[in-house]
Ligand binder design. Structure first.
Ligand code: ZN
Length: 311
């Protein structure tokens, strides 16, 4: 009764077509994934996820800038003994480790801070103010502003990971100045003083023009000599690779000196990698410090006075 044979056939054909196109799309996605070159110190998955952000989200970062006085003519003296505008890869003293966390803050940052603060361990956070991937701004979202103030009040070092995580070598001088100064304005609005330490997105430190601009802007450029590759770990099983990588990289006699790259925005970094790193460090007699401390730089030099203006 009312049984429409042709309607059923059409439904089956449509279902098959939809399933086939889904399979092809999925297959192409995996294939494209395989084709992604591994750029060594640049985090390939991080690159992929940022490059896949829809243009509508990315363009928001171009038009919306933090409120308040622009800081383009803020005074940027090169004080202290740590070099400016050249990549730094390790601490200066044997036995010291600087745990560093990029791309945050985000949901898992609280969990990271709970662990560090519970053990009175100081870390360094490279903050992206307007994250296209996380769809959040630190200066307009009170929750994230509060996280940054918590970091600062507990003695962690706050550093810049640019305003919106672009490839610095691709955006020209004006683009680079905007990426650095907008993040300074956002951090000024959140915690009063903008930082003097930064890490380029995607670990891209080899472009001479970018380094020259970062030097002119008065930045210490901080790389790392242990990359935990936690950006590749999406499961509890995956993160075992990062844990092994960390254990293998760390000298057992406690005499190494390391700046370690991890990401506080990632679930398994917060839940598994960080506790494992802390445990291994303890066993081997390492002392965790901020990047500034591990380079022997006075805390006074880690931030700038936004009211100090160049004549
Ligand atoms: Zn990053």
């Amino acid at each position: 009764m009312g049984y429409d044979k042709s309607g059923e056939t059409r439904a089956i054909v449509i279902t098959i077509l939809v399933l086939t196109s889904m399979l092809i799309t999925f297959g192409l996605a995996i294939f494209a994934d395989r084709l992604q070159p591994d750029h060594g110190d640049a985090s390939s998955l991080e690159r992929k996820s940022y490059d896949n952000v829809p243009p509508s989200v990315l363009s928001r970062g171009d038009s919306d800038i933090p409120e308040g006085k622009p800081l383009f003519n803020m005074s940027r003296p090169h004080i202290g003994d740590v070099p400016y505008g050249q990549a730094i890869f390790s601490c200066s003293k044997p036995g010291q480790i600087a745990l560093t966390f990029d791309d945050g803050p985000f949901y898992w940052t609280n969990h990271v801070l709970d662990q560090l603060d519970g053990l009175n361990i100081k870390g360094t956070f490279f903050i992206t103010g307007n994250s296209p991937v996380l769809s959040r701004r630190i200066d307009t979202n009170p929750e994230y502003a509060a996280l940054i103030r918590r970091m600062r009040s507990r003695g962690h070092q706050i550093a810049s990971h640019t305003w919106s995580h672009k490839h610095l070598k691709d955006i020209g001088r004006e683009g680079r100045y905007n990426e650095m100064v907008y993040n300074e304005m956002a951090l000024r609005n959140v915690m009063t003083t903008p930082p003097t330490y930064m890490r380029p997105p995607y670990g891209e430190w080899r472009d001479p023009d970018s380094m020259q601009d970062l030097k002119a802007l008065g930045y210490h450029v901080i790389m790392y000599n242990i990359d935990t590759r936690d950006y590749n770990c999406n499961t509890e099983t995956d993160i075992e690779d990062s844990i092994s990588l960390f254990k293998d990289a760390l000298r057992e006699d406690g005499n190494g000196s390391y700046i370690v790259l991890a990401h506080d925005v990632r679930e398994w970094t917060a839940k598994k990698l960080l506790p494992a790193m802390i445990h291994t460090m303890d066993l081997r007699g390492y002392h965790a410090v901020t990047v500034g401390e591990c380079l022997g730089d006075s805390e006074f030099n880690w931030y700038r006075d936004p009211d100090d203006v160049e004549d």
